[in-house]
Design a protein around this ligand. Structure first.
Ligand code: ADP
Ligand code: ZN
Ligand code: MG
Length: 517
């Protein structure tokens, strides 16, 4: 365990070292399946994950001769929505092309895709790097924002899936035969390509995370990286710092988490730099990330690259988007994460850091807004504090998201209310939270049941204070002789007498009155 940690630390240090003399250049290609659509891209088959193989198919998505594709309007709208949300220009004129290649899970032997006339071009996304999201990475200078250019977003259809079986199940090595499942074939798929503007693995991860958040916000996909509905391929090269020309790139595939994306890039950057330092050359190729072995290995070299012989899809007419139509899609844009962050910070007075963290998870942001609505805007800051501390710690420990938790926005609002009204101290609130997380009971009921109510009644507190003062004449003399720090001692004594249930503010006030007066 500690050994693995050490290996990781060494790898991180090595990256930081390499990045002193070398600059990494990274461009991402991100495929996202339009999983929220009812039907596939060019036929009426339903979109879903898994299920009995080859049960969601028809002549169109099976590529039967003579079957004709009919474009899915909702998929085109989703693509345009994605383009507008990432500051792209929406093409006035565009069309589908056929991309010809043979692969067993591509029954037509071509994929309907887009070539030189994609729906969206020339966008960008600003990405925050830095401590706002957590501990700094070794490849991260400090807090900064960087703008990543988006070359294009186009729409295409997904392929089916091969399953290699026999021998060792699910792996190519040792498999005796392969099966093909066309359930996924023909699902709408958007591909986003970035400019080579990304400079570190951390920037790549932040970009992909932000994009996922935006796609989720638009509701165009479930963006499940493990199920493959969002897939990130990374092109990476290195050049000596200060050099202008780009180096030869390798394309890294097979990362199915943000952590894998980061780690694969870190390893590939180190590999290329070390290769060049020992007078080797980087070859343009596709490399496969092996998360277990923590290394990339060559999959195929670009020499074998296909000539896709793109040509305009003859079964569909080109598209001309009327400006009014584009505007009608724009009108459907929801509030995006950046705007939401700004609103929470300015309207509810949250620190930008807190607003950033809350809005980096859609469920957390929704939860927060609901809790703040119930608690009242003047208590938004306290709601946010409990969410970013107790609630986040609880969710991390349980390994679940807020949506799966038994804690509701109303419960958090109630807890904040109890503290604000002085019914319980903020220290007691932590105990109530722990019990609430464990039992799912409402905070008011827990306080009642445990007899936790904080005592703010001055008369009751005065009685105890008088007793404590009478029992500690020595300390009273010292305090009155100038040892002001002893006040804490008296507070502690009163609290102990009252089983921790006294309102500390009232205790302080009463004590001062008696001792100083
Ligand atoms: P290809 O023709 O090999 O598909 P493209 O020019 O279409 O290459 O770029 C594909 C992706 O690779 C884009 O995201 C782009 O930003 C990135 N890219 C291009 N050249 C480089 C390079 N030298 N180093 C790193 N990334 C690059
Ligand atoms: Zn079909
Ligand atoms: Mg290309």
């Amino acid at each position: 365990m500690s050994n693995r940690k050490e290996v990781r630390a060494v790898a991180k240090d090595r990256l930081a070292e390499v990045l002193q003399t070398w600059e990494a250049v990274i461009g991402l290609e991100i495929h996202t399946e339009l999983t929220t659509l009812a039907t596939k891209m060019f036929c009426g088959c339903p979109v879903a994950f898994g299920g009995e193989p080859n049960t969601r198919v028809c002549p169109v998505c099976l590529g039967m001769p003579g079957a004709l594709p009919v474009p899915n309007e909702a998929a085109i709208e989703a693509t345009v929505l994605a383009g507008l949300a990432t500051n792209c220009r929406i093409a006035a004129w565009s069309q589908f092309h056929r991309k010809n290649y043979f692969y067993p899970d591509m029954p037509k032997d071509y994929q309907i895709s887009q070539y030189d006339l994609p729906f969206c071009e020339d966008g960008h996304l600003d990405v925050d790097i830095g401590a706002v999201y957590g501990p700094p990475q070794p490849d991260q200078e400090s807090d900064y924002a960087t703008r990543i250019g988006i070359t294009r977003i186009h729409l295409e259809e997904d392929t089916g899936k091969m399953v290699h079986v026999g021998g060792s199940e699910g792996r190519i090595a040792g498999a005796t035969h392969s099966l093909v499942d066309f359930n996924r074939a023909g699902t709408g798929l958007i591909e986003l390509v970035t400019e080579p503007d990304i400079r570190t693995p951390e920037e790549a991860r932040r970009f992909a995370q932000k994009l996922r958040l935006i796609w989720l916000c638009l509701g165009i996909s479930d963006c499940n990286m493990e199920e493959g509905s969002m897939r990130v391929d990374a092109n990476v090269s290195v050049r000596r710092r200060g050099e202008g020309a780009l180096g030869v790139k390798a394309e890294v595939k097979n990362m199915n988490s943000f952590k894998s994306l980061h780690d694969a890039l870190a390893h590939e950057i180190v590999r290329q730099a070390e290769l060049l330092e020992s007078n080797g050359t980087v070859v343009q190729e596709t490399r496969h990330w092996d998360a277990g072995a923590k290394r990339t290995s060559s999959l195929r070299s670009k020499e074998e690259a296909h000539d896709y012989r793109y040509f305009p899809e003859p079964d569909m007419v080109p598209f001309e988007f009327a400006p009014e139509w584009v505007e009608s899609v724009r009108a459907r844009l929801p509030e995006l994460p950046d705007a939401r962050k700004t609103r929470l910070a300015s309207d509810l007075g949250l620190p930008v850091h807190d607003a950033t963290v809350l809005t980096s998870d859609l469920d957390m942001a929704d939860f927060f807004e609901e809790a703040a609505r119930i608690a009242g805007p003047e208590r938004a800051r306290q709601v946010s504090n409990i969410m970013l501390n107790e609630l986040s710690m609880h969710l991390n420990a349980a390994g679940i998201g807020v949506a799966a938790s038994r804690i509701s926005p109303a419960m958090i609002a109630e807890l904040v209310g109890l503290v604000d009204e002085g019914a319980i101290s903020s220290k007691q609130a932590k105990d109530v939270f722990a019990e609430m997380a464990e039992t799912g009971e409402a905070p008011g009921a827990i306080v009642e049941l445990r007899g936790m109510k904080q005592v703010s009644d001055t008369a009751v507190i005065e009685e105890v204070v008088e007793r404590v003062i009478a029992a500690n004449p020595g300390q009273v003399a010292q305090y009155q002789g100038g040892k002001a720090g002893l006040l804490g001692y008296f507070v502690g004594q009163v609290m102990r007498e009252m089983g921790g249930q006294a309102n500390p503010a009232v205790v302080n006030e009463v004590l001062k009155g008696k001792l100083d007066g």
